[in-house]
Write a protein that binds this ligand. Structure first.
Ligand SMILES: Nc1ncnc2c1ncn2[C@@H]1O[C@H](COP(=O)(O)OP(=O)(O)OP(=O)(O)O)[C@@H](O)[C@H]1O
Ligand SMILES: [Mg+2]
Length: 302
């Protein structure tokens, strides 16, 4: 795939700083006291407090109250973390792709947690109280919908479907309904309505964004949270977490080739290359040409 080339047994990813919609130059460190070693994808962070370490990201205390730093790891998991791998460069790509999409969504009035990208693996975000729901929007049957309802993968759905899953690794994120959400107080009726309206707007916008890049948006998962601007004000609902090929199903319009985490789930290979292809088609990373801003990652990226 374009955008990636092998040099000296390294997979080299071009990250053009000129196309970054916001944030600082790729390669800049997060600031004084945050020395960065990008080649290894590791940062000496002794001065920062970890708020949460998940499967794909680490949240650090941010520089100001109400902020966090979201660090994108190369770790990849599937099937309740039974399947694991480290995919060199994946975190860098997801940081850039999520930044790009969140910035685009902000521009059309969707409130998001994204403030700015700090460096290749980190972004500054607003700290929210996560609503314990994974919100899935589907346009085409795939994955668990196909399994549950016996619907062939690739079948166009009559309209976009919004589904909710309760965020609990221990319970394997069970599907829940509006009734459960209301009865157990996971979201107020107003928040529930807002979340559905926002999820459908995100779907409309992203479907068009990806279509313009020759990619079909099959489905995706998003998370929302409550942001308390002032202690006494009502919280605002913000789009949180990430939007990347880890959380979307993306198929090439012409060939149907998968350009998302299903490549990892189904052992199709070329996972990071597919993510890079998405970034390239969205104009986030350069095609080829100048030799500036080339970041090398040692090892393969199956
Ligand atoms: N703006 C935010 N404020 C607070 N927490 C956030 C924010 N954005 C995302 N999160 C949370 O940070 C974590 C990100 O880490 P990661 O995605 O690796 O977690 P995970 O292992 O997938 O676990 P989870 O099941 O909670 O998503 C998630 O728990 C997510 O809900
Ligand atoms: Mg997660």
């Amino acid at each position: 795939m374009r955008g990636w080339h092998v040099r000296n047994n390294c997979f080299c990813l071009r990250l053009g700083v000129t196309v970054a919609p916001s944030g600082v130059r790729a390669g800049d460190s997060a600031g004084p006291g945050f020395p960065t070693d990008y080649r290894k994808g590791r940062i000496k962070m002794s001065k920062r407090r970890i708020v949460y370490e998940g499967k794909a990201k680490i949240l650090y205390e941010g520089p100001e109250p109400g902020t966090l730093i979201q660090y994108f790891k190369d770790d990849t998991t599937a099937f309740d973390a039974q399947k694991k791998a480290v995919l060199d460069g994946k975190g860098v790509l997801n940081n850039r792709i999520s930044e790009f999409i969140m910035t685009q969504l902000s521009a059309i009035g969707i409130p998001t947690h994204f403030i700015r990208r700090l460096n290749m693996r980190e972004q500054l975000i607003r700290k929210v109280e996560i609503i314990p729901l994974e919100v899935v929007v589907r346009n085409i049957a795939a994955g668990s919908l196909s399994t549950r309802l016996g619907m062939p993968e690739g079948q166009q759905l009559p309209r976009p479907l919004v589904e909710f899953y309760y965020k609990s690794d221990a319970l394997h994120d069970p599907m829940v309904s509006e009734e459960h959400i209301a009865a157990f107080g996971w979201a107020t009726p107003q928040e529930y309505d807002d979340i559905i309206a926002l999820a459908l707007r995100v779907n409309d916008y992203m479907s068009g964004l990806f279509a313009g890049a020759g990619i079909r948006l099959v489905d995706f998962k998003i998370e929302f949270g409550r942001y308390f601007e002032n202690d006494h004000d009502m919280p605002r609902i913000l789009l949180a977490d990430e939007i990347s090929p880890d959380s979307c199903r993306l198929w090439d319009y012409k060939t149907g080739e998968k350009l998302d985490k299903d490549r990892f789930r189904r052992d199709l290979g070329g996972v990071t290359e597919a993510y890079a292809e998405v970034a390239r088609r969205l104009g986030i990373i350069k095609e080829s040409g100048d030799t500036d801003n080339v970041v090398s990652f040692t090892g393969g990226s199956k």
